[in-house]
Design a protein around this ligand. Structure first.
Ligand code: G3H
Length: 492
């Protein structure tokens, strides 16, 4: 056809009546690689209505049948891992192996959701009245989990497939329908993922995927009266797509204000701190700092974003990290390089702004700063001080600040002074100290002796403060996609 990928509505692939398309820029070549439909508000209205209707009968479809379809979709996702990975390589410059892993992890997540869903949604609660003062045993209460309705899912560019299915699968198993707005960068990978659900044979209208410009359909989607829940994952400055949509400050916070009185699940930014005590295994710490700070070029909400190291071991740690950084390969995602171009030119410019600020204020550069197009070489900045922007802001790129501390309390204070509270980690051989530090850190998760990470995907995953709303992880996400309905039987 005209080379524009179609959007998905009423169980069919369609062209938008706008006649317009949105280009997807390959971060490596900085040239348009794919095009997707620029959908209109009328098209959004139509698929919202269909989602409403489809949800009603889906909620009545037996749970085991819903699970069966999800298992089919999971198997298809794994079968299609190479074409999906290929899109991720071209659209978001994800290294080839990580891109394939994303597809497989997504399949695993979908089947786990199906299994977990039949268990936790297969049971409710039965209560009697006479435990509360003044009551006889004359009331029996049956509590069940029922779906919310239509779920709007807005995943970010860094996991266009995985952070989409982490919302879609829990929503579907719980009896909801889905309207997906993929990030523009990653939209074709997401459409391919939706194709797997299409092939699995879900009812028409239950799942739809709408692409287009944020300025046209962004607010329109989030403020649409017809959906009853939003699951949203990050995109602060770097999401060209959503920034364009929801300008002015933090996208997630803006969405929460616009969405109105509906349940929200949000996974937003992070400034995950890595605290290194003087008794830490420095080789273990260094390996985790490099993996945590530089995998997918630092474009993960759970990336290590600031190292807080005790002065007594700082020189030794920095040397070890430097040696490992020197071994990172820099180049093309097709070649499976460790460091690949960041998602957009504006993201690269933002990262460069943080680097320039740190340079002016006297940070120690452990490597020379180097950039070609969107490709930024990995950079460790030592002796960062609190007056530097990089001490607080998320680069979402391969640049990692090290702050030297003279007490553990100083490290905890820095961590807790952040607006974010996603994850953090602490390296020490003293487990009691580690637990006390974990208790003191105001973050949704603290990892002891490992880098922050969301997975395994059934673990609870949540951010405190500006890092999010609600708790994810498979079980929690399924519960987030439901509300409680009670029926009370009154005996004579
Ligand atoms: O970017 C946010 C993701 O939820 C992080 O997931 O820890 O598996 O990279 P990850």
């Amino acid at each position: 056809g005209d080379g524009v990928f179609k959007y998905y509505s009423s169980g069919e692939w369609k062209k938008s009546s706008s006649g317009k398309s949105v280009p997807i820029i390959n971060p490596t070549t900085r040239q348009p690689h794919f095009k997707v439909q620029a959908c209109t508000q009328e098209e959004v209205n139509k698929l919202m209505e269909e989602a409403k209707t489809a949800q009603k009968s889906w909620a009545k479809t037996p749970l085991w049948k819903r699970a069966e379809l999800l298992h089919k979709a999971a198997a298809l996702l794994k079968q299609h891992k190479f074409p999906i990975a290929e899109c991720l390589v071209k659209e978001i410059a994800k290294p080839a192996k990580d891109a394939a892993t994303e597809a497989v992890r997504s399949g695993d997540l979908v089947s786990y959701c199906a299994e977990e869903g039949v268990r936790i949604l297969g049971e409710g609660k039965f209560m009697v009245s006479d435990s509360f003062p003044g009551n006889e045993r004359t009331k029996y209460c049956l509590a069940a989990k029922i779906p919310l309705g239509v779920i709007l899912a807005i995943p970010p560019f860094n996991y266009p497939v995985n952070l989409a299915v982490s919302k879609i699968a829990p929503a579907l198993i719980a009896g909801n329908s889905i309207v997906l707005k993929p990030p523009t960068q990653g939209a074709v990978a997401a459409l391919h993922m939706v194709h797997c659900f299409h092939l699995a044979g879900f009812p028409k209208g239950l799942i739809s995927c709408v692409t287009g410009r944020g300025s046209e359909i962004g607010d329109f989607l989030t403020m649409h009266p017809m959906h009853s829940g939003t699951a949203y994952a990050r995109d602060r400055k770097q999401s060209n797509d959503l920034v364009e949509l929801f300008t002015g400050g933090d996208t997630g916070i803006a969405i929460s204000k616009k969405a109105g009185m509906i349940p929200l699940q949000m996974e937003l930014g992070g400034k995950d701190a890595c605290i290194i005590l003087d008794d830490a295994d420095l080789d273990l710490a260094a390996a985790n700092i490099v993996k945590g700070g530089f995998s997918y070029s630092g474009q993960r909400c759970t990336a290590v974003k600031v190292v807080l190291v005790m002065e007594s071991v700082a020189n030794a740690l920095v040397e070890k990290v430097k040696a490992k950084v020197a071994k990172l390969t820099v180049g093309l995602p097709e070649d499976d390089s460790d460091i690949t171009p960041v998602v957009t030119e504006s993201s690269a410019n933002f990262i460069e702004g943080l680097v320039v600020d740190a340079k002016q204020k006297g940070a120690t550069f452990c490597q020379e700063y180097r950039r070609e197009g969107n490709l930024i070489w990995p950079l460790l900045l030592d002796n960062v001080r609190p007056d530097m922007r990089i001490a607080w802001e998320e680069p979402f790129g391969p640049v990692l600040p090290v702050i030297r501390i003279t007490s553990v309390e100083e490290g905890i204070r820095h961590c807790n002074a952040s607006n974010f509270g996603l994850q953090g980690c602490v390296f020490t051989r003293d487990i009691s100290k580690a637990i006390l530090i974990s208790d003191a850190m105001e973050t949704g998760t603290v990892q002891i002796n490992s880098a922050p990470a969301r997975g395994p995907d059934h673990f609870p995953f949540q951010g405190l403060k500006d890092s999010g709303i609600g708790s994810q992880g498979i079980t929690n996400s399924i519960n987030m996609m439901t509300k409680i309905k009670t029926t009370v039987i009154n005996l004579p």
